[in-house]
Design a protein around this ligand. Structure first.
Ligand SMILES: [Cu+2]
Length: 155
């Protein structure tokens, strides 16, 4: 029962985040981001606060089991991290930097979403070190497809 509810919640977050972007100019200039995370995840919380500071408007849903959310979000196994979020109809997995999200939302490529797999040191919410080196990937609607490098940070 819980799993079914969480799956519906993510699908609805993805849809409403797309609609919110469409109506954004009239309402506010802050882009809504819906974040699914476990209640005990400190780095997820830290990422959410950085997104808020960077001008996004996060809404947090605490869930104890993120597997059904990641599955519904279509995050490939090797792209998984801690939290899973939705913004502008895209999936954001893990510590994706705000600049990458802004680029995604302005260019609107035909991808399912972005991921920073694992939790690289220095990424936003993991120390937020401007000298950090890590890779932001994009993944496709086809979860068998190989994720592509979207941005190299600090390289
Ligand atoms: Cu994390």
């Amino acid at each position: 029962m819980m799993k079914a509810i969480q799956i519906i919640m993510f699908a609805s977050a993805l849809f409403t985040s797309a609609v919110a972007i469409a109506g954004q100019a009239a309402e506010t200039d802050r882009t809504p981001v819906t974040v699914f995370m476990t209640p005990w995840c400190g780095c997820c919380h830290a990422w959410t606060e950085i997104m808020r500071e960077e001008g996004f408007e996060p809404t947090v849903h605490d869930v104890e089991d993120l597997d059904p959310v990641k599955s519904q979000a279509g995050v490939p196994g090797n792209m998984q991290s801690c939290h899973t979020a939705a913004a502008g109809g895209y999936v954001l997995e893990g510590h994706v930097p705000p600049a990458a999200v802004r680029k995604l939302l302005s260019e609107r490529p035909a991808v399912r979403g972005l991921s920073v797999p694992g939790m690289p040191a220095g990424s936003p919410g993991m120390g937020n070190d401007s000298d950090a080196h890590y890779t932001v990937y994009s993944f496709s609607h086809d979860r068998e497809a190989t994720p592509q490098v979207y941005l190299e940070i600090g390289k």
